[in-house]
Design a protein around this ligand. Structure first.
Ligand SMILES: O=C(O)CCC(=O)C(=O)O
Ligand SMILES: [Fe+2]
Length: 456
């Protein structure tokens, strides 16, 4: 079968783009097959044999689509942004070591605005008008998370953004990150809205499908006071909010027009806005010479697998579990620190009742997040509970069976049919950890056999 990858999975917010089955009807209970068979099954090599070529093709197609829509820098000049960046330290191993070099900064905060007040205002207004007239986009199909509009759906805003990309944004991102501006491609550009009143006010912890993400604040406000209900000053649009990073537990809030620049693979979230409305321009950037192969594998694994989008939800019915697990194992081989793939794979295992394997995956995800991936912590507890339940359910079965064999024996004590019943009762007793009872059952079997042998 040809390998089909949903374009949504390749979008910004890899793996959790619009799901084909957003509601998640849950997984129908499949009859349990002997686990040795499942364990021994080989990954579908024929499906993933030409995968690398396919992934490179996908990368080229993403770059071509980006070039057709968004500005590309013709040269590698410095651009107009001169205020500089503050680098926030990121521990080694927080993201794929194959994609980023050790001396590359992975999280930067601008020291000045990259967008002018009028550019910020125009992007926000365009977003509001487009949303009101044509509806909002959303990476997460459920209520409760942000509302978004693709800049490419707003022609005037796109033209303005392209000007800013060429003159300022791409050269600034490239030089801050040690890349060439002409190599950068905009895979997706969103105006994101957090709105306390409607409850669309947060984004859960995620990684972006991007080499680099640039997010620019479009409103004033967001001073972090540590209080939930701070009063808004006249110039503030919102309270709360900001970008939280898992590696440090730190929340960063930019001034209007200011930006964060981070490796797409750094786990982060949008902190709930508690008052007012917050808008961001988010650019998911690729570099033409640096394909995100592991990231694409993860996206395939996520699109074909069973992971729920929220840990309160039932597991999705998988599109192709074998393909998903094979892609995820390859993603983990390519980047063993990819916690998201570990946890996706854990959900695949759990859906096959391989709870011990699932537990190992969730343990890896928890460990890699230094205990900050709460969804993985919850899933780990579920995998542990499922194993205890499995063991408890098994004991119950043995108890029921033991009672049945006991009743059979009572009906016709000493009969030849009892040999089977005594032997089975013995097995149940052994499973129930009653070795003495098991032994006397076995003796009873021998007694009946000996008696029947002595009958002429
Ligand atoms: O709200 C933020 O600062 C984070 C936004 C974000 O992570 C995203 O849009 O992917
Ligand atoms: Fe993000």
């Amino acid at each position: 079968a040809p390998l089909r990858v949903s374009p949504a999975a390749m979008m910004a917010g890899r793996g959790f783009g619009r799901a084909a089955n957003p509601g998640g009807t849950g997984q129908p209970k499949k009859p349990r097959k002997p686990s040795s068979k499942r364990r021994g099954r080989a990954p579908p090599r024929q499906k993933i044999g030409s995968l690398e070529a396919k992934l490179l093709q996908e990368h080229a197609a993403s770059c071509a689509a980006a070039e057709a829509t968004f500005a590309v820098c013709a040269s590698d000049g410095d651009g107009e942004y001169a205020a500089g960046w503050t680098a926030h330290p990121v521990p080694a191993g927080a993201v794929s070591e194959t994609l980023y070099s050790a001396d590359q900064p992975l999280l930067l905060e601008s020291e000045g605005p990259l967008l002018s007040e009028s550019e910020c205002g125009a992007l926000t207004n365009a977003m509001l008008l487009h949303g009101a007239a044509g509806g909002w986009d959303s990476r997460y199909p459920l209520a409760g998370y942000t509302r978004e509009v693709k800049v490419s759906d707003m022609p005037a805003a796109l033209e303005m953004l392209n000007g800013a990309l060429r003159s300022t944004l791409l050269p600034a991102a490239a030089s801050a990150f040690g890349l060439e501006a002409s190599h950068l491609r905009v895979n997706e550009a969103l105006v994101v809205q957090y709105d306390a009143a409607s409850g669309h006010n947060a984004l859960p912890i995620h990684r972006d499908f991007s080499l680099l993400t640039m997010s620019s604040a479009l409103d004033a406000g967001g001073r972090q006071t540590g209080l939930l209900n701070v009063a808004l000053s006249p110039s503030d649009s919102y309270a709360g909010g900001g970008t939280w990073f898992e590696h440090s537990g730190e929340t960063l809030v930019c001034e209007r027009g200011g930006a964060l620049l981070h490796a797409g693979g750094l786990p982060h979230c949008g902190v709930p806005v508690t008052r007012g409305v917050r808008h961001l321009l988010v650019l998911f950037l690729l570099a033409a010479p640096l394909p995100l192969l592991a990231g694409r594998l993860q996206a395939i694994g996520a699109a074909a697998g069973t992971k729920p989008q929220f840990f309160s939800q039932p597991r999705r019915r998988p599109a192709d579990l074998a393909l998903s697990s094979a892609a995820l194992q390859l993603a983990i081989e390519a980047n063993p620190r990819d916690a998201e793939s570990h946890s996706q794979l854990g959900h695949n295992f759990a859906s096959e009742d391989r709870h011990a394997d699932a537990q190992r995956c969730f343990e890896a995800a928890v460990e890699l997040s230094r205990g900050r991936d709460f969804a993985a912590l919850v899933s780990l507890a579920e995998a542990q509970a499922a194993q205890r339940q499995h063991a408890a359910a098994l004991l119950e079965r043995y108890e029921e069976a033991g009672l049945l064999f006991d009743a059979l024996i009572d009906e016709e004590p000493g009969g030849m049919e009892d040999v089977e019943a005594w032997a089975s009762l013995g097995v149940c007793m052994a499973a129930l950890r009653q070795p003495e009872a098991a032994l006397s059952c076995q003796k009873q079997v021998q007694r009946i056999r000996a008696a029947s042998a002595s009958v002429p």
